[in-house]
Ligand binder design. Structure first.
Ligand code: DX5
Ligand code: ZN
Length: 219
């Protein structure tokens, strides 16, 4: 399975966002992780469609849009139009998760479901065949720079088993506190897409992205 780095621009320099996205892409990251927060589902507000639309022309990389908003079904069209290639929605935020996933797919883009650290894998048993990706939160969503919650590793392992037992082809993405110190453990557990915010934007973006890509090469 292809290993992919998805740097979270939540930790980028908002005054030079376009430039940071270009640098991230040129350094070799395949995805750009875009964290949208509404101040309701999570205790923080980030940015929305106009910002995504503004950075869409600067790169062809995959825009991996993580919606931390209540009832995201209300805005799927807007995020698809703004340039999302993948949209992930929280199981905890959707009254009708199945419908929300179908709406995402109706725009011809990839759909994923996200679980908070305290949400059991049983919450996605029925939706698993319908999604392209499952995103496991390894911190409580809302802020960058938090510490990795260790129990996520075993959750990744159990989810990978669930996917292969059912002969499905679903990506596992991990988001929160991912660093060079825990990424190998997560690869071995079965994750294949890695979000990193502070681990990419603190210091040199180029060196940090290369550090992850070097690790990926070993697998
Ligand atoms: C948290 C966001 C994450 C966050 C990751 O709510 O979903 O994407 O920006 O940042 P780090 O890698 O610093 O934990
Ligand atoms: Zn995220």
């Amino acid at each position: 399975m292809m290993l992919i780095l998805s740097p979270s621009i939540l930790s980028a320099d908002f005054a030079n966002l376009g430039q940071d996205v270009v640098r991230t892409a040129q350094a070799g990251a395949e995805y750009i992780h875009i964290d949208v927060m509404d101040g309701q589902f999570v205790p923080n507000i980030s940015f929305g469609m106009p910002v995504i639309q503004a950075i869409r022309p600067v790169t062809d990389k995959v825009f991996d849009v993580h919606l931390m908003i209540d009832e995201p079904v209300r805005f799927i069209k807007e995020f698809a139009d703004a340039g999302a290639d993948v949209i992930t929605v929280h199981a905890e935020a959707c009254k009708h998760l199945h419908r929300t996933i179908q709406v995402i797919k109706s725009y011809g883009i990839k759909a994923g479901v996200v679980l908070n650290p305290a949400t059991s894998l049983s919450a996605i048993e029925e939706i698993l065949p319908e999604v392209d990706m499952v995103l496991l939160m390894s911190v409580n969503p809302g802020f960058g720079g938090q510490k990795y919650i260790e129990t996520t590793t075993d959750k990744v392992r159990r989810l990978r088993r669930m996917i292969s037992d059912r002969n499905l082809d679903v990506d596992i993405e991990v988001d929160g506190g991912v660093t060079l110190d825990n990424v190998e453990m997560l690869i071995e557990a079965g994750a294949n897409i890695f979000v990193a915010g502070s681990a990419v934007y603190k210091g040199s973006v180029e060196d940090n992205v290369k550090g992850f890509l070097e690790v990926f090469k070993k697998y």
